[in-house]
Design a binder for this molecule. Structure first.
Ligand SMILES: Cc1cc2nc3c(=O)[nH]c(=O)nc-3n(C[C@H](O)[C@H](O)[C@H](O)COP(=O)(O)OP(=O)(O)OC[C@H]3O[C@@H](n4cnc5c(N)ncnc54)[C@H](O)[C@@H]3O)c2cc1C
Length: 524
């Protein structure tokens, strides 16, 4: 048995951040991070697609941040990581319900909006937000905490409602469909807890509207590498990959972690680790896969209690599919409707399963390589399920990415045919598209993630559920952090907020005043 003061299970950004922060105090505790896969980062997954020079690097997970997200933004600066404008903010094409839609206010909108309803997605969304919460966009972060806690809607707390149920009071069903279709991702609007979803949407709208969207120059993998390198300088800290925790139990005041055999080479020689305290920096599905029954005097009652707490969020299916071509053909192609056209960067939205397509979206210092990357699909919920199904009937060659993203060579009857058909429809391209050099994808609904991101369900009092999840087993030295149960789900910011708040509340860590303003709100 090996002993540590604090074991952190999960080498995603929240786990590594927590370990790094703990390593910065004088006389740091003995901290060990245990990561089940061979590489660190989790849903930060910056990977090279295997193509001849120039290199083509893609983000299968997180790819952008907003300046209002002060934890991630300031952390990048503090760690010396350069940023650049995210090159995917220009909307080039919108193809909905079988027609190319003029989003600039044209009259060809294929939705039967109610009389007098605006044809602008942003205006419709603001009408919902302001309808449910007066002056929604003018509220401060602290004011939103009160709204999420106690705002009422039609006689019940707003948090009891689903976003869609509230929305139908303020826009027609057709308008709601239009908002979902044109936004490119469905999840924030479909099933989410209305109070929390509205807060998150209002938090990100101003930066998106002002085109203030950024990314680390070398991709988010550089953030993971920087945290890993800082930890390597700490003699009391260890990072152990290929160490999957399968159960946790109590022994006196300690927690015993059990690992899936075989244990990693020369990393942890024992099949058990004893820790004074354990932080599970994991999403819902990964937590469900660990048997924590033995933590409780009554195992089955304990398991049921924990499972019901974990079930307060939904994991949202998410899928990313990236392609490298010999040449960036979208810079110059012929459209059946527009004639000769093209662009080097930007994105397109459709209600086809592709949903969002980003052009020239490689990351890193090789512009020629970046230019020829197409993020052909960024999809969630139903559209993600389409690609999960499509991928299952396609044949794959080697694994790619840190968690089993798949790589496929171009050829008949595989994913490429389906992608090309949809791309041609979306872009109204005249003639066949070239074959890709390689295709890689990542299905985030697979274990151990169970979704790309999470949403608090309706009928959950989020402002009390968040602190409860920080220490979900009363009295046990077991803690949870990460995006899944955070105040800013679906973003790295939420993962960091939750880790920072946990460290301050339960590990006596001081505010990181050197790089984070004292008035920044970390949520409840
Ligand atoms: C497609 C996609 C796009 C996104 N886009 C953005 C974006 O543009 N901007 C943004 O800010 N955020 C984005 N996000 C969200 C962001 O990636 C996440 O919020 C963040 O990375 C989550 O970090 P985490 O530490 O909470 O969890 P994770 O990254 O899920 O880390 C958990 C880690 O635990 C490991 N693990 C699981 N089970 C065990 C076990 N039993 N034992 C040991 N280890 C285990 C996993 O392998 C993983 O490494 C995106 C996510 C996805 C999927």
């Amino acid at each position: 048995m090996s002993d540590v003061d604090i074991a952190i299970v999960g080498g995603g950004v929240s786990g590594l951040y927590a370990a790094w922060r703990l390593s910065t105090v004088p006389n740091p505790p003995k901290v060990a991070v245990f990561e089940s896969s061979a590489t660190l980062g989790g849903r930060i997954d910056t990977a090279d697609l295997p193509v001849p020079d120039p290199a083509a690097r893609v983000e299968f997970g997180a790819m952008r941040f907003l300046p209002s997200m002060q934890l991630v933004s300031n952390l990048l600066t503090h760690l010396g990581l350069a940023r650049e404008a995210f090159p995917g903010t220009n909307l080039r094409q919108t193809f909905l319900r079988g027609v190319q839609v003029d989003m600039g206010g044209g009259s060809n909108l294929p939705y039967r909006l109610a009389a007098g309803e605006p044809g602008n997605v942003g205006t419709l969304l603001v009408n919902i937000l302001n309808g449910a919460v007066p002056n929604a966009l003018g509220l401060s972060a602290r004011q939103w905490r009160d709204v999420v806690k106690s705002a009422m809607f039609k006689g019940s707390e707003l948090w009891r409602w689903g976003f869609q149920n509230v929305a139908e009071e303020f826009v027609s069903n057709e308008a709601y469909e239009y908002i979902c279709d044109a936004s490119g991702l469905d999840s924030a609007l479909l099933t989410a807890n209305a109070a929390n979803a509205m807060r998150c949407v209002t938090a990100i709208l101003p930066d998106f509207a002002a085109n203030q969207v950024f990314r680390p120059v070398d991709g988010f993998g550089s953030l993971i590498a920087a945290l890993r390198d800082r930890l390597a300088d700490c003699p009391n800290c260890g990072i152990h990959t290929q160490q999957q925790v399968i159960s946790a139990s109590r022994q006196g005041d300690s927690v015993i972690l059990n690992f899936l055999p075989p244990f990693g080479p020369s990393e942890v020689s024992a099949d058990q680790v004893s820790a004074d305290r354990v932080i599970f920096a994991l999403p819902r599905r990964a937590l469900e896969l660990i048997d924590m029954g033995p933590m409780f005097p009554n195992q089955s009652a304990g398991r049921n209690l924990l499972m019901s707490k974990l079930a307060r969020v939904d994991g949202i299916p998410a899928f990313k599919l990236c392609i490298v071509y010999d040449q960036p053909w979208w810079q110059s192609y012929t459209s059946t409707t527009q004639g000769a056209t093209g662009w080097s960067e930007g994105y397109a939205v459709t209600d086809l399963p592709l949903r969002q397509v980003f052009f020239g979206l490689g990351v890193g210092s090789t512009p020629a390589g970046n230019a020829r990357v197409l993020m052909a699909s960024y999809a969630d919920t139903q559209a993600a399920r389409f690609w999960t199904g499509q991928a299952q009937v396609s044949s794959h060659t080697p694994l790619l990415g840190s968690h089993g993203g798949k790589l496929q060579q171009a050829g008949p009857g595989n994913l490429t045919d389906e992608i090309n058909t949809q791309l041609r429809t979306l872009l109204q391209a005249n003639g066949p598209l070239p074959d890709p050099l390689s295709v890689g994808y990542m299905d985030w609904s697979a274990d151990p993630f169970g979704g790309g991101w999470h949403e608090w369900k309706p009928n959950v009092d989020v402002t009390s559920a968040i602190p409860d999840m920080r220490q979900p087993i009363p009295g046990a030295p077991v803690y949870v952090c990460g995006e899944a149960y955070s105040w800013f789900q679906s973003w790295i910011e939420g993962a960091l907020m939750s880790a920072e708040r946990l460290l301050q509340d339960h590990f006596k860590m001081a505010w990181p005043a050197e790089w984070l303003p004292q008035d920044y709100d970390l949520g409840p």
